[in-house]
Design a protein around this ligand. Structure first.
Ligand SMILES: *Cc1c(COP(=O)(O)O)cnc(C)c1O
Length: 412
């Protein structure tokens, strides 16, 4: 038998654990505490000699462990740690692996809250260089002796810039730098960052992976490619066992146990069920989004359309080579900025809401909402036009969506 495919593998993943009573889903384990018959076993859990056991739910439960295992399979990694949100995963990655005096090179095109978090990192003494990661030369030029990590997003929210993912991976390998890729928008349904040399992969589970907009979660996956034995910030306590596990060992202890942004079993279950249809959803929304992008691009009232799978997209060759689809994220500008709010108000199907990767199409004007706090200067630096509209394309019938945009653009 060949290795099972992506969806086959994730659908049957829960049953790898010998689920109680033959249930097809991993049950929702609600216990915070886990007890032992023998005190020696309790000691073994604390000393890391009793593997596969649970202790206190802040560090994980059987239900979150099943989800971690599923995401590890999806990303082709060696291990995963789940968090209460995507931001908790990003924060834990930064705070557990970087120290005051270190330097982080980050794409200047990142999720707004990640961008805001970079300011906090600066306050803590971790220097950050924000660079145009669509150019590997910009990344190379920013590297200093104290650089430890390079961070990019596969498709940047909201303007859909795509970094030079392979070339940056090659550069990180040459320089021994930890390459962290936020795969939220593409998700393992469309792209595996391991293939371009990422050491760690971050996913907001709230978006593509859950898919239903009914649960928050985040994950960090180790691809097994990074050599942790040479990473200077691993504490002595976590330099135990095979060096391949050191990074996640430290992220779990410092990021989950100490910082406490832990995913609940209920949310893990909800995410896990949603994830079963990941590949089907991402294929469908990629197809619908491309049809909508073509329609918008041809419409006389529309200025620019930013969608990675459009041939007019500056990074189209990279997208075509690396991603199995363009995903759900799209942004566009109207020729007449004054028409943005009236057009959005005339839309009947898309919901005026923030949020991404839902089954329902969501629309939001970017500058007065999610990038309001950032200010005009940061918006300009991130390539965000004042009239930019973000669309998260859902699973509605494509012809209904296109007809709705058509009537909204035509006027009342
Ligand atoms: C939404 C998002 C996050 C944060 O995820 P939450 O689950 O909402 O905390 C991080 N990165 C990207 C690219 C995102 O789109």
């Amino acid at each position: 038998m060949p290795e099972p495919g992506f969806t086959t593998s994730s659908l049957h993943s829960d049953r790898q654990f010998g689920v109680e009573h033959g249930g097809l889903h991993k049950p929702i384990h609600t216990s915070v505490q886990y007890g032992f018959e023998k005190v020696e076993d309790l000691i073994g859990v604390f000393q890391g000699t009793l593997k596969g056991s649970f202790n206190y739910a802040r560090q994980g439960t059987p239900t979150t462990a099943a989800l971690e295992s599923k995401i590890t399979r999806m990303e082709g990694g060696t291990g995963t740690i789940c968090f209460a949100s995507g931001m908790a995963a990003v924060t834990a990655t930064f705070l557990t692996l970087l120290k005051a005096g270190d330097h982080l090179v980050c794409s200047q095109y990142v999720f707004g809250n990640t961008n805001s978090l970079l300011g906090t990192m600066g306050d803590l003494g971790i220097a950050v260089s924000k660079v145009d990661a669509t150019s590997v030369e910009a990344v190379r030029a920013a590297i200093r002796p104290e650089t430890r990590m390079v961070f990019v997003e596969t498709i940047a929210n909201p303007r859909t810039q795509v970094p030079d993912l392979e070339a940056i991976g090659q550069l990180c390998r040459e320089r021994g730098l930890l390459y962290v890729v936020d795969n939220t928008v593409t998700s393992p349904g469309l792209f595996l960052p391991k293939g371009v040399g990422a050491g760690l992969v971050i996913n907001s589970l709230s978006k593509s992976i859950a898919g239903h907009g009914a649960a928050l979660g985040g994950a960090v996956t180790d691809t097994g490619l990074f050599d942790w034995s040479g990473y200077p910030n691993i504490a002595a306590a976590y330099r135990k066992g095979d060096a391949k596990g050191w990074g996640l060992q430290q992220i779990r202890k410092k990021g989950l146990r100490d910082m406490g942004g832990s995913l609940s079993s209920e949310q893990a279950h909800s995410i896990s069920v949603g994830s079963e249809t990941l590949s089907l959803r991402l294929n469908q929304c990629s197809e619908t989004a491309l049809a909508l992008a073509h329609f918008l691009e041809a419409h006389p009232a529309v200025g620019k359309v930013h969608y990675p799978a459009l041939e007019s997209h500056p990074q189209y060759p990279i997208v075509k080579k690396l991603f199995r689809g363009g995903s759900w994220l799209m942004a566009f500008e109207l020729r007449d900025e004054a028409q943005v709010l009236p057009v959005l108000n005339r839309l009947r199907i898309p919901i005026k809401a923030t949020g991404l990767g839902d089954t329902r199409t969501l629309v939001i004007p970017v500058a007065p909402t999610i990038f309001w706090e950032a200010g005009r200067e940061v918006r300009a630096q991130m390539g965000i036009a004042e009239g930019l509209v973000r669309v998260s394309v859902g699973l509605e019938d494509p012809e209904d969506l296109i007809a709705d945009f058509d009537q909204a653009l035509a006027g009342g």
